[in-house]
Design a protein around this ligand. Structure first.
Ligand SMILES: [Zn+2]
Length: 261
């Protein structure tokens, strides 16, 4: 990825920020602060929450990278960009077991972070309202991050899990990749279609912006599923993507004690 800022090396992995990350960072922060723009305290909490969220995305990528490396899959770099994170492997997995472990590690890390924030929200007494809302949002967004990335379409983590299982049982790497990338294309198309429908119908009080964002995520998944299959045919290496901001456009300004009857 070009146009990145080098943040240095940690545990033998290069960390980078793509310029497009600044757009999503500002967007997430502004949506977190909405509608309390006149209170500096909300800005402070919003910026901290946004930074904690992107650190959780890095933790997700780092989990993939460290488990991958322990299983013989070298990782060169981790980059944050507008749609989430990318862990760039320098080689494709050679065994389905190694790919399965590496693919599961990311969502498992996000689920762990989600549970930690969930317990904090439940167990810490007398949290001030904006802090409680942000902690709950971090629990929900990390859970959503795990769930979204488990959708079985390559290059999402769920697609890699599916490919490794098919590869294990059929022994056919290319056929398994073809099935997983076809599903990835189908997932991408569904998101584009669903996003466009949301722009016009706006169900569940969602805004046109959320629809547009989902359509963009769909386009990203679709184009990468197609590119991944071509790359693998040519013995190339496909990066591991984590779509991290699919749901982050949601505003968390819901009272934490809301109940649905
Ligand atoms: Zn992932």
């Amino acid at each position: 990825m070009r146009r990145t800022i080098d943040l240095g090396t940690f545990l033998g992995i290069r960390f980078r920020l793509h310029f497009s990350w600044f757009i999503i960072f500002i967007l997430v922060t502004v949506l977190l602060v909405y509608p309390d723009y006149w209170q500096w305290y909300y800005w402070l909490i919003g910026i901290i929450t946004s930074l904690v969220f992107f650190t959780s995305v890095v933790a997700h990528e780092l989990a993939h990278s460290l488990v991958g490396r322990a299983n013989g899959i070298p990782i060169g770099s981790i980059t944050l960009f507008i749609f989430g994170g990318i862990a760039e492997m320098t080689e494709e997995p050679r065994r389905p077991g190694a790919e399965l472990k590496m693919a599961v590690a990311g969502p498992l890390c996000s689920l762990t972070i989600s549970s930690l924030f969930g317990f904090m929200w439940l167990l810490i007494p007398n949290l001030s309202e904006p802090v409680a809302v942000m902690i709950l949002w971090l629990a929900v967004i990390n859970g959503a991050l795990a769930a979204f990335n488990l959708i079985p379409g390559f290059p999402l983590d769920g697609g890699r899990i599916l490919r490794s299982v098919l590869w294990h049982f059929t022994g056919d790497y290319y056929r398994s990749t073809r099935i997983a990338t076809r599903l990835g294309q189908a997932v991408g198309c569904l998101f584009i279609l669903g996003g466009i429908l949301m722009v016009f119908l706006r169900p569940f009080g969602l805004s046109w912006f959320e629809g547009l964002w989902i359509a963009f995520i769909g386009w990203f998944v679709l184009s990468n599923a197609s590119a991944s299959y071509r790359q693998i045919l040519w013995q190339g290496v496909t990066p591991m993507f984590t779509v991290g901001s699919a749901e982050s456009a949601d505003s968390p300004s819901v009272p934490p004690d809301i109940t649905v009857n």
